[in-house]
Write a protein of this length. Structure first.
Lengths: 170, 123, 514
């Protein structure tokens, strides 16, 4: 087993365990912290896939910014209230069934995987360049400059929208 | 030797390992080396010398939410600067103009939230 | 790395969006740096930006279609015309907002800025020819409208509306994004023009995957245009939003979303025209019939107009379905209504869709305008604020408003001599020409049913006595200007559609077609 394969299994196992903790933890804060851990391990998996930009984004945006928002929401709500007891209702049953169904579909798809690795995955030089910040930057700033500038418009609209919606008096 | 996807992360892993060991070693060493004399005052939670009161689990005011939202927006702006920084030389003035237009748009947003008082913690 | 060679000519197609974004920035900065007591300059800046942007779009509308930004966007008469319609609708909505906000002491730069951002997103959406560009611009307009819905949060209803709109909108965005990701996986490109060939192959090699991708993208758009069965959000959101914002939703957002829908499916539909045409036809039938039937029992005029907006999305979908040849196979072939082998004249179908967008924009802005001056803010968000009784005897109290409202209602119902009639005529004719006679007949029957609830308002205005307490307060200069302008447009374009309709049927209307 190569070092990468070993690392993959470590990251994958940790991702599954911490994702399980998100769902099963009793306290909302524990769930949130487990989610941070999940994001970090997922970033490790992305790095193993040569998707370095995604890995960086995962840590900076998800584990950094979006988790801050999650924590704020948890802190906004009172945490001293007793937790509702687990009750069996239709929504829970449907949710559980769809989770099981999705899991089954994903497991079934293993048998449909191509036996040969995809062509360019063997080309290590290309794989190494793919997904780095440099390559992604080249694409964003040359081919995709129109959507890039649109993003600034989107962010500005989001800033104004956040102020309009969240400020009690504007 | 074929390039490894995790190669560039090796220094990071070393740093993590060292800091993790350090973080683990300090309490362990303190546990074994330090004298332990428990008293009532010592077991209280320490809050900059003042007497602590109330529960630590207080609800935050909703005003902080705006700050969190704005943090995300400007964080995403920063994310877009990394790929530019890596390609700074190759992109030259063209890239500079692009990013300047991008940042100018968000500068309008910053000026707006600043003057609007959305960044004030007090109000 | 090769840097793209950008010239001034490349920037010219995005000029309307730049004008709108610049106007929005000026509004934002003036909101915080220019704190004067009078705030009527805000509406003027917004109005000026929208007129300027519309003028720029109109000036470039006759250029031949060409790709810009390395094929990520296209500039064609279709996109320019949609921008013109959006700017027209925006100008009307800004005029309505000026009075509406003043009455509620809520004149803020953010409000107009968000409207201009939304319009910039709409303009860019109409020209996007690549899935990432399309998605980001769709989000620009969506995020702005979510915030606008929550702009006046007085009472639980607007908050509920904004929340519902946001959650369902995010859900539809996720569907669209999932579909886009699958399309990229299937074809290996995000550019619509490059996608056609690989997608056609994939329709045979991986039919399930390709169909799922197309269905997800279609569902995302169906949410945005409020097509049945993805319409559930529309009545609540339309009712809860401030009335001028509702006008923007029904005029601008709908036009832009349809532009995006046409752009995507004209390219992707070539991969398998039959399946796409069948799906669009089914959506059109459901939406035309469902929208009109749901609107029938409404006494709340704002809700009624929301359902009517759904019904109009159905007629537009019929126009989109008419863009594809219907070779007489599939479900509809079993009916005796199908014609033999129709020849699609897509110029007619474009003309129908675009003229209908124009017709619906001017009529609905006018209708919501009358509604916005009739609702009293003292009534808060109570449902009575928009009750049908509000219109009782309007002809005696404000004859001008009543006549204008009657024109808008006739136009929405599709009764001559209004622009709505011409729009329906063009759409139905295009549908018949492309072999959708059955659908056209369903459309005519549905609009006949719809005439009931539109004409009921006219009956209330002209034949019911005015309520005793009916005090209609101050003058509404800006709103009345918008009402006069839209009423004149409704009648003038209904009587003499010639010039505009001719312009819309020019060749090379759409990038990638002859």
């Amino acid at each position: 087993m190569s070092a990468e394969a070993l690392l993959f299994y470590v990251f994958a196992l940790c991702t599954v365990v911490s994702a399980g903790a998100v769902v099963l933890a009793r306290g909302p804060m524990t769930s949130a912290m487990s989610l941070v851990a999940t994001f970090f391990f997922l970033a490790g998996v992305y790095a193993l896939l040569w998707a370095h930009t995604i890995a960086v984004l995962q840590v900076l945006v998800y584990a950094g910014a979006i988790m801050v928002l999650f924590l704020f929401v948890i802190m906004l709500l009172s945490m001293t209230e007793p937790e509702p007891a687990m009750k069996l209702n239709v929504a829970r049953v449907v949710g559980a069934l769809s989770a099981v169904g999705l899991g089954a579909a994903l497991i079934a798809s293993f048998w449909k995987l191509p036996t040969q690795p995809m062509g360019w995955a063997e080309d290590s030089a290309r794989a190494a360049a793919f997904g780095t910040l440099k390559t992604v930057g080249e694409i964003i700033y040359t081919r995709y400059l129109l959507p890039f500038e649109s993003v600034s418009l989107l962010l500005l609209a989001a800033i104004v929208g956040a102020v309009v919606v969240a400020k009690p008096r504007i | 030797m074929s390039p490894s996807p995790v190669g560039p992360y090796l220094p990071l892993a070393v740093t993590l390992l060292v800091s993790g060991l350090m973080a683990a070693a300090l309490p362990v060493l303190a546990h074994f080396l330090g004298p332990r004399r428990a008293s009532k005052v010592k077991s209280e939670s320490f809050e900059c010398g003042s007497v602590s009161e109330g529960s630590a689990r207080q609800r935050f005011a909703v005003k902080f939410y705006v700050v969190a939202l704005l943090f995300i927006v400007f964080d995403i702006e920063t994310v877009f600067l990394y790929p530019w920084a890596v390609n700074f030389k190759a992109l030259g003035w063209f890239g500079y103009a692009e990013v300047a237009a991008f940042a100018a748009t968000l500068l309008v947003g910053l000026a707006y939230v600043w003057k609007k008082g959305a960044l004030e913690w007090e109000t | 790395m090769t840097l793209p060679d950008l010239t001034a000519a490349d920037l010219q197609p995005v000029l309307p969006a730049l004008v709108l974004a610049a106007g929005a920035s000026v509004l934002l900065l003036s909101e915080v740096f220019l704190t004067t007591a009078s705030r009527s300059h805000l509406a003027l800046i917004a109005l000026g930006s929208s007129v300027l942007a519309g003028g720029v779009a109109l000036a470039t509308a006759f250029e031949p279609a060409h790709a810009v930004f390395q094929g990520l966007a296209v500039q064609d008469p279709f996109s320019s015309f949609v921008t013109v319609v959006v700017c027209l609708g925006l100008a009307g909505v800004v005029l309505l907002s000026a009075d509406f906000l003043k009455q509620r002491q809520a004149e803020r730069g953010e409000y107009y800025a968000l409207m201009l951002f939304a319009a910039a997103g709409m303009s860019l959406l109409a020209m996007s020819a690549e899935l990432i560009t399309l998605f980001i611009n769709l989000e620009v307009l969506s995020v702005s409208t979510y915030a606008l819905t929550a702009f006046l949060r007085r009472g639980p209803r607007p908050a509920e509306a904004a929340f519902k709109y946001f959650i369902l909108g995010a859900f539809s965005a996720a569907l669209f994004l999932y579909g886009s990701a699958l399309l990229y996986g299937v074809t290996g490109t995000t550019r619509l023009a490059d996608m056609v060939g690989p997608l056609r192959t994939a329709m045979h090699t991986q039919p399930w995957l390709a169909t799922c991708a197309l269905a997800l993208v279609a569902a995302g758009f169906a949410f945005k245009v409020a097509a049945v069965p993805f319409h559930m959000w529309a009545p609540d959101v339309y009712e809860g939003a401030p009335t001028p914002v509702t006008a923007l939703m029904s005029a601008g957002v709908k036009a832009a979303a349809f532009a995006g829908l046409v752009r995507v499916f004209l390219f992707l539909g070539r991969a398998d025209p039959e399946v796409v045409a069948l799906a669009l036809s089914a959506l059109a039938v459901l939406t035309m019939v469902g929208g009109n039937l749901l609107a029938l029992p409404q006494r709340n005029v704002k809700r009624m107009l929301a359902y009517s907006s759904i019904a109009h999305a159905g007629y537009l979908l019929l126009g989109v379905a008419a863009l594809f040849p219907h070779p007489g196979t599939g479900v509809l072939a079993a009916t005796p209504l199908m014609l033999g082998s129709p020849a699609v004249n897509s110029a007619d179908a474009y003309k129908g869709i675009l003229f209908y967008l124009l017709a619906y924009t001017v009529s609905s802005v006018g209708a919501f305008g009358v509604l916005s001056v009739l609702e009293r803010h003292a009534d808060g968000d109570g449902a009575t604020a928009w009750d049908l009784d509000r219109f009782s005897g309007l002809a005696q109290r404000r004859p001008g408003w009543a006549v204008a409202m009657a024109a808008f209602m006739l136009s929405l119902a599709g009764i001559p001599p209004t622009v709505g009639f011409m729009g329906k005529l063009l759409v139905f004719r295009a549908a018949v020409d492309s072999g959708l006679l059955g659908l056209a007949i369903i459309g005519v029957l549905a609009s006949a049913a719809g005439a009931y609830y539109y004409l009921r308002i006219v009956v209330y205005m002209f034949m019911r006595p005015a309520p005793a307490e009916g005090v209609l307060p101050e003058k509404y200069w800006a709103t009345e200007l918008a009402l006069v302008a839209s009423a004149v447009a409704v009648v003038a374009l209904g009587v003499l559609p010639g010039r505009v309709a001719d312009w819309l049927s020019q060749s090379g209307m759409f990038f990638g077609t002859r």
